[in-house]
Design a protein around this ligand. Sequence first.
Ligand code: AMP
Length: 553
Amino acid sequence: MSRIIGIDLGTTNSCVAVLDEKGQPKTLVAADQERTTPSWVGWSPDGTVTVGTRARRQAVTNASATVFGAKRLIGRKVNADDVAWFAKLAPFRIVAAPNGDAWVRVQGQPVSPQEIAAHVLRRLRQVAEEALGEPVTRCVVTVPAYFDDAQRQATREAGQIAGVDVVRILNEPTAAALAYGAHRVTEGRRLIAVFDLGGGTFDISIMSVENGIFEVLATGGDSALGGEDWDRKILERIVDEVFDRYRVDLTGVPMALSRLRDAAENAKKALSAQAEAVIQLPFLANDQHGAPINYERAITRDEIEQLTQELLDRLEAPCVKALADAGLQASEVEEVLLVGGMTRWPAVQRIVERIFARKPSKGANPDEVVALGAAAYAGILSGDADDAALLDVTPHDLGIKVGDSGFSVIIPRNSMLPVRARKLFATTADDQKFVSIELYQGESAELRGNRKLGQVVLDHLPIGPAGTVRVELVITVDVESIMSVTARELRSGKEASVTIRPSGGLSQREIVEIINRRRQEDSILAKLPSEGGTVARVATREQPAAIPSDEEK
Ligand code: AMP
């Protein structure tokens, strides 16, 4: 059996790791020495698909066919608030699939986020195969703790399209805690905060670990806050300065803006380790007389800190709320783990220390720690690691509709999988003919705040006064989150049942069509040299599969 790799499929960057011969997780490095791969996918006019750094670079000249942040869309409806927010901001078009899912329109063709994520997964698999010198077919993929079943299943679908078997989906904070060895805590219950500030999103999770069991107690964050906001503040300052000095507005010069954005990010990274850096950008643009502007300026960490104070301030409230949701005081948290490249920024570390009144744990590389944890978990699953960790839990409350709009929880979230629960009902009307049980998932006390999963109807009930006919409901969820629901009338033994598989939005037919299209493309491809994070393939882009309507699924 091939080894199972661990994949952090990130909003901004992705990373792949594996357990080495000594049982230690290690990051797999691409041939060009990149340790993480930007989660960007670009299509050039001739249909060539690029992934990673190359895709990110082509955004300057081909923004509408360069997609980033597909993780914000996967398994989501187009009318969700944060999807609508992202659609307003993104330079590419986000459209509705017939079932209301958020897709992207690239070169006039609708593309599902699953397919976009599959390109990134395929690239990571290629990195792994090149680094290991052996084929890779199985992986563990991490997702945010708040992802619901649809988002998790859509991530599995991305794996299927990429031709890798996603053997488990793992919560990102759990992966981070595993990388820090939190599952080896043998005594008592340990409370951990995982503070994750990446390129585009901020997530805070409060969790407990006891006997190798991880429980996410509360999550929070800000999906519109990340390292890119720091870069933008620096960029805006320089754009203003150039305007004041040369009367040239760089906002209309995409190439200059792109170079400035890279320079701002590089300066920020350098300044997390030193007090001062120099930004040098020769031939940035032309001044009013057509002469080149050779931009150069020193910048200090203090200056960036002042410029970005407002961003820093936004980190506190979600932490306070997550602690309150978990019913904890900050002082009760015993360890704070840093995840995401932006946690290298000293001011971020200072605010974490202030909020939790303790120094955060360092020692793991924050860009890689989630992938390393996924690799550690892959090792546990494949038996390559001695550790035992029981990690599969239901991510949300599962329950049924009661009355007109109430929600009654039957399997609370964080229940260990597999899990089975029973509930006994009695009829509420005389000679009631049938019962209809509707299943929902979510944390809201109100039904409409939760997601409907399915329904089971048991009819031809024996006649009898209200309360005398009794129906037992049994819900079982297996380790793949597949749910079996059975309703049985106790006197006659008559039963009705339904199996609910999590749906990520694509039907099996659509997945097979995408895979076949990809195969066709591959077979007519001349393979381009793979460099700079590219899985470049020349192809004439086929007509995409028609999206079947909901009824066809
Ligand atoms: P991630 O999404 O975890 O890969 O985080 C990416 C973000 O971390 C980007 O905004 C990077 O600019 C930022 N980042 C990476 N390294 C550093 C560093 N040394 N100092 C400050 N920010 C960094």
